[in-house]
Design a protein around this ligand. Sequence first.
Ligand SMILES: [Zn+2]
Length: 215
Amino acid sequence: MQNSEAEELINQLIIEAKRLYDQKLISGSSGNISFKKDNKIYISATGTNLGKLSSNDIAIVKLNGEVLFNKPSKEIMGHKALYEVHDDVNAVLHIHGEYIAAYTVITEAGNSDFPAVSASVPLKIAENIPMMEYFHPHPINNYEIFLKTAKQSKIFFHQNHGIFIGASSLQEASDIAEVLEANLKIYFLALQTGRKINLLTAQQKNELFTKTFLK
Ligand SMILES: [Zn+2]
């Protein structure tokens, strides 16, 4: 049995997963979500449908990797790295939203100059979001690469795959996912016109970042 705080967070996790599923940011068993509590990671179990999670679908893993309950998502390494590197990351979300995934296909590894396009899509993000090099997402032998990228940013893309978002809470992680997907949707719609695109400058991104969201 979990303590009541962990139970409350599990309920929040289920609510946020359903919200992301309803908004088509995740589909079926694609994507995974976790929170950290008392040096344990509570993460959607492998193969679970994120739109229909119950408390029995959550796996519990110690920060040192020891599995305590259920089989965790195969993509837990990105979550583990963000918790290990950032003390203020309490929740991690990994998704392959359509526009986010499309951006990972056309962007070189190492590029961190995220194309912010609209002030109407307030950026809950840092000015730069690194693109981690491509590798098969499931094997656990790429943990060092996850660690190296997590040290650069709490939010990072994975080439030809999706994004990992570390945040202070489950809700903040979902909010960031929504904002990034909406921003990239506008970016790709604008690209289709064939006209010159005015990306926000580094200074403009920084203004949005500091005035709107994370301090
Ligand atoms: Zn994935």
